[in-house]
Design a protein around this ligand. Structure first.
Ligand SMILES: O=C(O)CCC(=O)C(=O)O
Ligand SMILES: [Fe+2]
Length: 320
């Protein structure tokens, strides 16, 4: 360990490291890449203008438009994981140039694992994606938002709080909310986030993007969607959520963070269609699905401990 610096030993993305400036010197980057990494480290996001071809976007909208209602407010307003049905959604989630930027930012192979396609603005309240998707080690996750049409003041553009990613990842337990794995607690989390941002003086910024522009946000950047004020106006967009290889992946929102009883995710790599192996620092670990929770069984987890834990889960008490 002696010849590896403390900065390199820290188990987190280098763009989120307290030693970012040292690590920046060690990376062999072009001036443009340096600027992107520096902005991402400081602000928690980057914008890549005109990253996605309009031709692909037009094909994507043509392919999926029949899935949505005509009017704002009618359901379904969003579709999750329609990459399983539509090649264009898969293509938008697997853009080689975006992969290159993500590899540069995280030094690991990106794994697109969830798509959300919207016809209208989401009007979502402020949140960090880390309440939905986290991992061990933390922060190897990001959101990639593609404008499939221009966003303006009236069609519910995105907003974000610059630099908010530097705060800790808030989970229900941290906020004194008892997690029962259901949906009722979520508004309490949203209240907390809004109040925290206001109390700490974070400034909310609205961002207007052109068709084909891409926004990448770090796992812990607080963001959401502004109200739709223009009547029946569309805001075609696709978000792809990415993990990075070599982690254990879970949803804090459905986990018991006190007992570390984690709701592990079944991760499929959209680009390859393959199931992603959970791992402990790159070493494969087994997982067992016990209903509400998947258990992680690490390589040093002994059989008696595993059996005891499983029986406890199944019958509700310790067998021995
Ligand atoms: O598109 C939006 O308005 C926000 C989407 C979002 O927050 C997400 O998918 O993580
Ligand atoms: Fe989000």
């Amino acid at each position: 360990m002696k010849n590896i610096s403390v900065a390199q030993r820290m188990n987190l993305p280098w763009v989120e490291s307290p030693f970012f400036n040292d690590l920046l010197q060690k990376h062999n980057l072009t001036p443009e890449q340096r600027e992107l990494a520096t902005h991402y480290n400081r602000e928690g996001f980057i914008v890549l203008p005109q990253q996605v071809s309009h031709e692909l976007i037009d094909r994507a909208i043509e392919e999926i438009k029949g899935e949505y209602p005509d009017k704002v407010g009618e359901e379904p307003s969003r579709h999750q994981d329609i990459w399983k049905r539509y090649g264009t959604v898969r293509e938008l989630a697997s853009q080689p140039a975006i992969f290159d930027v993500l590899r540069m930012l995280y030094d690991r192979e990106p794994i697109p694992f969830q798509t959300l396609n919207f016809k209208f603005g989401t009007q979502q309240r402020a949140h960090s994606d880390s309440i939905h998707f986290s991992c061990t080690p933390a922060r190897f996750m990001c959101g990639v938002w593609v404008a499939l049409e221009e966003t303006s003041a009236t069609n519910g553009p995105l907003f974000y709080y610059p630099r908010s990613h530097r705060q800790e990842e808030f989970n229900y337990f941290d906020l004194g909310i008892e997690a029962r794995g259901n949906y009722e607690e979520y508004p309490n989390y949203e209240d907390f986030v809004e109040e925290f941002m206001a109390a700490k003086g974070y400034e909310r910024k609205e961002i207007h993007m052109k068709k084909g522009d891409v926004l990448i946000w770090s796992s812990n950047l607080i963001h959401g969607g502004m109200p739709i004020t223009g009547g029946n106006v569309t805001r075609w967009s696709q978000v792809t959520h990415y993990y990075f290889e070599g982690c254990m992946y879970y949803s804090p929102r459905f986990s018991d963070m006190f007992s570390k009883n984690l709701n592990l995710r079944h991760v499929i790599n959209i680009a390859t269609g393959k199931v992603v192996q959970h791992s402990e620092n790159g070493k494969p670990i087994e997982t067992i699905n016990t209903g509400n929770f998947r258990y992680a069984v690490s390589h040093n987890f002994t059989l008696p401990v595993l059996v005891k834990e499983l029986v406890k889960k199944l019958i509700g008490k310790k067998p021995f």
